[in-house]
Design a protein around this ligand. Structure first.
Ligand code: SIN
Length: 283
């Protein structure tokens, strides 16, 4: 376990997740502190901050840019002024929300984002928590036989379940995604087991939101293997649950984490602001 000099790090579960305190991330933070935050992200996979003020998108952007280049999400880019800021809004009456099935973000891209930084502008009194699951543990706890079979396999990821004219989300939720006729599918194949470019640890890299089938196999042939892996990868003992308050931040490593937003808010508003960071080719 790393000894931190500038920040306090308090794990919130055994498998994944730590709360960071002793730092105001809306300020211009010195490099040694940024380096510790990055180390905590690599060690705990998702880190949380409380009572922050990133309500000015410029502050959110500045903090994010200390860790990489800002990613523009193709399905939320509708020509707005700040295409790299995604506002994830849930209002009373919405029946669907963004991210309500387990996923890593935007994995249909050739180089999926390395991380996301999500800020709660307005959190409900209760409900609307987010779950996170450790994909290193998911891989490491498989049998040697299963590991052997999966190493070398690729999965085909695309965004057909989350955007495009057929998904029909815009009539059910306040966060609008591209559903126009000019939208085009993005599809790429990635290794089922990826090696994290910084920690060099192996983790599972499949998720039911984006993966369609295993490369070289039909949907039907892939299904039993994928169904087993989706369930295994999101077991409670690999996970943590984060309860939001207004001003909270979650910063997750998208290369080794799956997450899910719980769709249990009834009459409250939940307003979130998100950036993502450009990632590498999956290897
Ligand atoms: C997401 O999938 O990025 C949204 C997570 C959330 O709103 O809790």
């Amino acid at each position: 376990m790393t000894k931190y000099k500038y920040i306090e790090v308090t794990p919130i579960a055994t498998a994944i997740g730590a709360e960071i305190s002793g730092v105001d991330i809306s300020m211009d933070i010195p490099e040694p502190v940024i380096s510790e935050i990055r180390q905590a992200l690599l060690e705990y996979l998702v880190i949380f901050f409380r009572d922050q003020d990133l309500s000015d998108p410029e502050r959110h952007r500045s903090f994010s840019k200390r860790f990489g280049h800002l990613f523009v999400h193709p399905n939320f880019n509708m020509g707005q002024k700040d295409p790299e800021m995604v506002f994830i809004i849930r209002k009373p009456g919405d029946t669907a929300i963004v991210g309500e099935t387990w996923h890593a973000d935007t994995t249909m891209m050739k180089a999926p984002p390395m991380a996301a930084i999500l800020y709660a502008l307005e959190a409900p009194g209760c409900g609307g928590d987010t779950l996170f699951a450790n994909q290193y543990l998911a891989y490491e706890s498989l049998s040697e036989g299963m590991k052997k079979m999966l190493n070398g396999l690729k999965a085909v990821h695309n965004d057909s379940k989350v955007a495009g004219p057929k998904v029909g989300f815009n009539s059910k939720r306040s966060t609008i995604v591209r559903e126009d006729d000019a939208w085009q599918l993005t599809e790429n194949a990635h290794p089922v087991v990826r090696t994290h470019p910084e920690t060099k640890r192996k983790g599972l890299f499949i998720n039911s939101t984006y993966v369609q089938h295993l490369e070289g196999m039909t949907v039907e042939e892939s299904e039993p293997i994928l169904t087993y892996l989706y369930e295994h990868a999101t077991r409670p003992e690999f996970s943590c649950r984060f309860r939001w308050r207004s001003g909270s931040v979650a910063f997750w490593d998208n290369r080794c984490v799956q997450h899910l937003a719980i769709n249990d808010v009834q009459n409250s508003v939940r307003r979130m602001q998100r950036t993502q960071l450009v990632g590498d080719l999956v290897q």
